[in-house]
Design a protein around this ligand. Structure first.
Ligand code: G3P
Ligand code: MG
Length: 237
């Protein structure tokens, strides 16, 4: 399975509705997005802490209201045809998500300033009745533990960058009870996949954009990979 990274970020501006629609059109069955809180505590879908790289605006997300963020063009940097794209809210993404497509919501807030983003995400997930096809992930494991405390059933994906010593003990002692582990592909090896699966976790490495890494991950038996290219396997045939 290919998880559409930021929608389908190779073919449309990342984390926009155009990117989500394109991923759906290309047959993606799970889409990953990054979310953060605005100054007025709305949840917006954007990767960086600032508007600078992916919009024509400047400044920190946490210092702008949703109304201020909505003014900016989040598509032209990628291509002229996307100039009408705006930074979407989480609710806007959920509204266009087909019923057979899963959503991986990655919490990107600055960890020490996270506020109550977990409860706000959970409220949106519940209001739209998509709990059974959502995975909440983050590199901020304190945030994931908060999520687990709020809801015992929600699927949590534990993002890991570096290779830990004794990762499984740490994961099991954490109380997060993850559904899946999302390791960086650079650190992925056979022992990690074998042990992770033995312990009952799904393993989804990120971000796999080369066909060699894709074959490597598949041959290790992962459950899926994050990719900017939903058609990664076909485009390399
Ligand atoms: O969720 C997988 C991947 O998106 C994590 O890294 O920086 O691309 O959000 P990043
Ligand atoms: Mg991400």
């Amino acid at each position: 399975m290919i998880i559409g990274h930021k929608g389908t970020s190779a073919y449309a501006p990342e984390n926009t509705l155009a990117s989500i629609r394109k991923a759906v059109e290309m047959g993606v069955k799970c889409i990953e997005i990054d979310v953060q809180l605005t100054k007025d505590k709305e949840i917006v879908v954007i990767h960086d802490y600032t508007l600078n790289r992916t919009t024509n605006g400047k400044g920190w997300i946490k210092e702008k209201t949703l109304k201020e963020i909505k003014v900016y063009d989040a598509g032209s940097w990628f291509g002229k045809t996307f100039e009408d794209e705006k930074v979407p809210t989480l609710a806007e993404v959920v509204k266009i998500l087909p019923k057979d497509v899963w959503l991986n919501i990655e919490i990107k807030s600055i960890a020490r300033e996270r506020g109550d983003i977990e409860a706000r995400i959970l409220a949106i997930v519940k209001a739209h009745d998509i709990l059974d096809r959502v995975i909440i992930s983050s590199f901020d494991h304190v945030s994931l533990l908060k999520f687990r405390t709020l809801d015992q059933d929600i699927k949590i994906g534990l993002l890991i960058y570096a290779y830990w010593i004794n990762p499984w003990e740490m994961i099991e002692l954490s109380g997060i009870k993850p559904y899946s582990i999302h390791p960086a592909i650079e650190y992925l090896d056979e022992a990690f996949v074998v042990e992770g699966k033995k312990r009952g976790y799904k393993v989804f490495p990120y971000t796999v954009n080369s066909i060699d890494e894709y074959h490597y991950a598949m041959q290790l038996g992962v459950d899926g990979v994050f990719s900017d290219y939903p058609d990664l396997a076909e485009r390399n045939q």
